[in-house]
Design a protein around this ligand. Structure first.
Ligand SMILES: CCCCCCCC/C=C\CCC/C=C/C(=O)SCCNC(=O)CCNC(=O)[C@H](O)C(C)(C)COP(=O)(O)OP(=O)(O)OC[C@H]1O[C@@H](n2cnc3c(N)ncnc32)[C@H](O)[C@@H]1OP(=O)(O)O
Ligand SMILES: Cc1cc2nc3c(=O)[nH]c(=O)nc-3n(C[C@H](O)[C@H](O)[C@H](O)COP(=O)(O)OP(=O)(O)OC[C@H]3O[C@@H](n4cnc5c(N)ncnc54)[C@H](O)[C@@H]3O)c2cc1C
Length: 613
């Protein structure tokens, strides 16, 4: 039962000046990865559905990605399910459900996918992600389990602890969360109040949330789903506060799922988005766990209570750095989904005339509509490709860290902090622009865009509130500027602070040279970073303390981190587009898209660029 494609859409696609397959292969990491990605939903839907053509299945798959299918009334007739537990007649729209019903529907789908991933032995993380997203397009109640809970075990646990706990997580013998934020503190981790006091007599930690503000508050899956937490608390041993450490804390009985003694836990209530994620609260009333439950890869507590500190006390923050990197990558794909919906809609929506009497045109013919959408298409590509570029730096830093070489940790923290802030702010702005570009229909939940926004805009807050993350990156950039001022050697990533010069060869009446674009963004970043450093030093010269001067310069320091991220993104986009081995037509188009992205950025931040000439 093939579905006819809208003639306007078909016509628009037929006018492509390049072969989309080349681009799709590049974006998904090559033809084999793309084949697998396309095979998965077809395989599963074929297994689930008796009478649907592959076109329908792909439509459902693409629609599910943007929730459209939920609202087009497409339902999956689920028969001969491999997993007998999944008795659902089809995917019902969760938008008309209460929070309880929506959570249960998402939980049902998530449990089904968890079982199928194990039965299909899907090992590849990306394939697992694609597979899950087909069935749980919104917030997945197991999100924390899949990412931060397992990452914390892998990065903070000893080999023995990994051997013991990771199989439990992989087989869903336990369901986990990452419980760090408290009612009173999310950003300022040194202010966390939950304590883990070592009892040397019984070789146990006594976990306690002594105040209402120390209640754990926000962790995903804490409300209902999780029965174990990787919980961060202030370690106290031999009367000494040894800072934040991570602990494996059972929360609920593995059979009855009832809270264990001393544990008060529940859901924090309705949120702006992520309705099917049960973010929760947790209070601990002198809960005892064995000494072996402290994750001791980097820091240890010996039987006699002696604290063995880590080589670097920031290593306990590694799970956050890892997840920031996930957010950096997913931001581009989130914008890609939104702009795909809005662009397709703009090809089929006819509204108003350009030439009086000429008939209503596709709204994609309005230059204002093209500007709204093409800049977001360019931004999505820029973020996806910059994330790929950051991955090379990320992988090399992590492999060195695993061998005990921590020299790249500051750079990695600065890069993941600034790019997480930059990408999520750009994604949030872009998704909202796509929603508005669809007029009234963009405001319908059926478009899929509103939920993308309300779910994903939280990424500007979680995993490090964006302003705070920019200031973290600015610490590193400012240190590099100070070193540059003294003529010292800089890390590779910031060497442009010493070398950037404004020798632009392009003139306004010729097509802009791509190297000039990179040079302009580099010079802008170097100038803003230098200005922030100058403001900081001006504060010190006024007699302010280091922290008061930091606060005095903080707005410019945030700008410096964003200018750095913008330069990193533009450079990655242009260099990867030139070096990707595309055929001429595809490369020409992509470099055109890169210019659009960069020149649009210059217009949006024209103050910076005018100031640096
Ligand atoms: C659209 C994308 C969708 C993606 C995915 C969707 C699916 C999942 C859906 C939902 C899941 C949501 C999950 C959310 C989880 C959470 O939110 S977990 C909690 C996250 N919390 C935070 O991030 C807290 C942020 N705060 C901090 O990290 C710290 O408090 C601080 C701000 C860094 C300050 O720390 P501190 O006061 O101790 O340190 P400073 O004095 O500022 O700096 C001291 C030095 O330490 C260095 N440092 C700090 N952090 C790190 C780090 N992580 N790694 C390495 N180094 C670090 C810092 O640079 C200082 O060094 P310096 O003195 O040399 O500059
Ligand atoms: C959807 C969602 C899911 C979450 N999931 C989890 C989870 O699974 N596990 C978990 O542990 N936590 C989770 N969190 C909590 C999240 O990590 C925190 O909300 C986040 O770290 C921000 O902290 P906060 O809420 O205390 O905000 P605050 O830090 O109080 O921010 C409020 C304002 O203060 C400003 N501010 C704070 N400090 C500074 C500073 N030093 N300089 C300048 N400005 C500053 C911020 O910029 C911001 O404008 C989640 C949050 C959300 C929204």
């Amino acid at each position: 039962m093939g579905k006819s494609v809208n003639p306007d859409l078909a016509k628009a696609r037929s006018q492509a000046t390049f072969d989309p397959a080349n681009l799709t292969n590049y974006l998904y990491g090559g033809p084999e990865k793309l084949r697998r990605k396309r095979y998965l939903p077809a395989f599963v839907f074929k297994e689930l559905c008796t009478e649907m053509s592959l076109t329908d299945l792909c439509l459902i798959f693409l629609g599910l990605l943007t929730h459209v299918s939920d609202y087009l009334g497409l339902t999956l007739s689920i028969e001969n399910m491999a997993a007998k537990e999944y008795k659902e007649e089809g995917f019902k729209s969760t938008d008309d459900m209460s929070r309880e019903e929506a959570y249960e529907e998402s939980m049902r789908r998530a449990v089904y996918t968890n079982k199928r991933v194990l039965q299909l032995n899907l090992q590849d993380q990306e394939e697992q992600y694609y597979f899950r997203e087909i069935f749980v397009p919104g917030a997945n109640p197991f999100a924390l389990h899949y990412v931060m809970f397992k990452d914390a075990i892998n990065t903070q646990g000893t080999e023995d602890q990994i051997q013991k706990w990771l199989p439990l997580a992989e087989t869903y013998a336990v369901t986990g969360t990452y419980a760090q934020t408290e009612l009173g503190h999310g950003t300022f981790l040194r202010g966390l109040e939950t304590t883990a006091e070592y009892d040397v007599q019984r070789e146990e930690f006594i976990l306690n949330t002594p105040t209402i503000t120390s209640s754990k508050f926000w962790p995903g899956a804490l409300g209902k789903t999780a029965n174990v937490a990787i919980l961060n608390a202030k370690l106290i041993t031999k009367g000494r506060n040894c800072g934040m450490q991570s602990f494996w804390v059972p929360l609920r009985h593995l059979e009855t799922h009832q809270p264990l003694p001393g544990i008060t836990v529940g859901d924090i209530g309705p949120k702006f988005g992520y309705h099917t994620s049960d973010n929760g609260f947790l209070q601990l009333n002198r809960v005892r766990i064995p000494r072996e439950n402290m994750l001791m890869r980097y820091s240890k507590v010996l039987q006699d209570g002696t604290f063995v500190p880590p080589e670097n006390d920031r290593l306990v923050y590694v799970p956050m750095t890892q997840f920031r990197f996930v957010v950096i990558g997913r931001s581009g794909w989130t914008l890609a989904k939104a702009v795909t919906v809005a662009t397709r809609y703009s090809a089929v929506r006819r509204q108003s005339e350009i030439t009086p009497g000429g008939g209503e045109v596709q709204i994609l013919d309005f230059q204002t509509q093209q500007h709204k959408l093409f800049t977001q298409i360019a931004s999505a590509y820029a973020m996806i490709i910059a994330a790929k570029a950051a991955k090379d730096l990320y992988d090399s830093a992590f492999s060195k860290m695993e061998k005990g070489n921590l020299e790249d940790l500051p750079m990695l923290h600065a890069l993941t902090s600034s790019m997480k802030a930059f990408n999520t702010w750009e994604m949030a702005t872009g998704v909202e622009q796509c929603r508005m570009a669809c007029g009234g229909h963009g405001y319908l939940l059926a478009s899929g865009i509103p939920q993308m926004y309300t779910d994903m805009v939280s990424a500007c807050t979680y995993e490090g509130e964006n302003t705070v993350m920019c200031l973290q990156a600015a610490r590193f950039l400012n240190k590099c500027q100070e070193a540059a001022n003294k003529g010292e050697r800089l890390p590779q990533l910031t060497r442009f602070l010493q070398t950037s010069r404004l020798n632009i060869s392009s003139s306004l009446d010729q097509d802009v040279d791509l190297n000039d674009i990179i040079a302009a963004y580099e010079f802008r970043a170097a100038t803003v970073i230098s200005e922030a450093n100058a403001r900081l030093n001006a504060g010190l010269a006024m007699g302010k303390s280091q922290s008061e001067a930091w606060n005095y310069a903080s707005q410019l320091l945030v700008k410096a981190a964003l200018a750095f991220s913008h330069w990193f993104t533009v450079r990655a986009l242009i260099e990867n587009m030139r070096g990707a081995g595309f055929d001429n037509s595809t490369e020409t188009l992509l470099l055109q898209l890169a210019k659009l992205y960069a020149l649009d950025g210059m217009l949006r931040y024209s103050g910076d660029f005018r100031k640096v000439g």
